[in-house]
Design a protein. Sequence first.
Length: 123
Amino acid sequence: MDWKIELVAIPVTDVDRAKAFYVDQVGFNADHDHRISDSLRFVQLTPPGSACSIVMGVGITDMPPGSQKGVQMVVEDAAAAREQLLSHGVAASEIDVQPWGMFVTFSDPDGNTWALQQLPAWQ
């Protein structure tokens, strides 16, 4: 039996600001934005090429905004990904080279943190 992670909640204070950040600056695809009621809004975004999406909105999670730390995505080229983030106004770390890959980190406007990993050649 496969167990697949397909949706990760990202707690945010301002849904429209967060959606714009992830879509316009980071480059995620906007899949759904549905307001079910005043107490439930479901916004699903997916990184390009990913089988796992993120969800944010109103009534989605009890986590405090900014408390999601260390969600990690694998990228083909850490330097190119970093440049893409910087060119779209996202503050990104320098590349951290480790034996298990190269890493770039960034945060969204609420302080949720992300890591991008370029796998080493031995993978």
